[in-house]
Design a protein around this ligand. Sequence first.
Ligand code: AMP
Length: 273
Amino acid sequence: MIIARTAVELSAALDSKTGSVGFVPTMGALHIGHRTLIEKARVENDVVVVSIFVNPTQFLPGEDLSKYPRREEADFKICELSGVDILFYPEVGTMYGKDEVSIKAPDVRGYILEGAIRPGHFDGVLSVVMKLLNMVRATRAYFGKKDAQQLALITQMGQNFFMSVEIIAVDTVRESDGLALSSRNVYLSQEDRVEALKLSASLKRATHLVMQGVRESNEITKIMLEILQPLSVEYVTVVNRRFEAIPEVIIGDTIVLVAARVGLTRLIDNVWM
Ligand code: AMP
């Protein structure tokens, strides 16, 4: 595995390879969710590139940028064992200069739900993803459905800027009890961990309700909110794949999303129907 820390090193590493490039961008503290993305990239491409970069521009003031979990040694090992060809591990100065051209998330879709609670977050996400996709010369890039709004916006950016990269969506990987894997789960205390299960439990219930024939979004979110008690819920909503709120579930075109605070930790989860 080649470890590239600068744009020049990355370019040289890519020049030494041939064929399609599968790319998995991450912020590190790698878990089985990330590994699943890497494994899919490994199967579908000649060359696999993973980036580890805790992108400062997607954190708002007061968010957990400085204490975001960093696990350099373990992450390198996981990449090596997963058959990664090139690990890109840049510093902030490699990725950003002064007075730059920037990417802005769409006014509506980029500023609702996650974008309403974290205004400007998706501007930072889209900017860094654009930079990384270009630097890595990605043929295909792999993103988790867990971050559904991020995935939708990156897919839209690809379309709006006529980018040739193929954006691949990967199913959410969960613990056996249902908790969606997240680098932020390390912040959860033992009691938090139990409370956190309410997110996946509420989504499981939503799925059962739909299987039983319930379609009204209000009915579904009302029951989910009961399950989520007494968590501090930020949103529970039913949207289509374009992130428009819909009054009724449309099978094949619906995502049910939840965001809540468990102790001091913000968690998000969703189910695609
Ligand atoms: P992050 O390091 O949190 O920025 O995540 C990097 C990529 O891994 C993103 O595309 C995430 O959506 C994806 N990801 C994170 N958690 C999971 C999970 N539990 N299952 C599948 N993909 C995930």
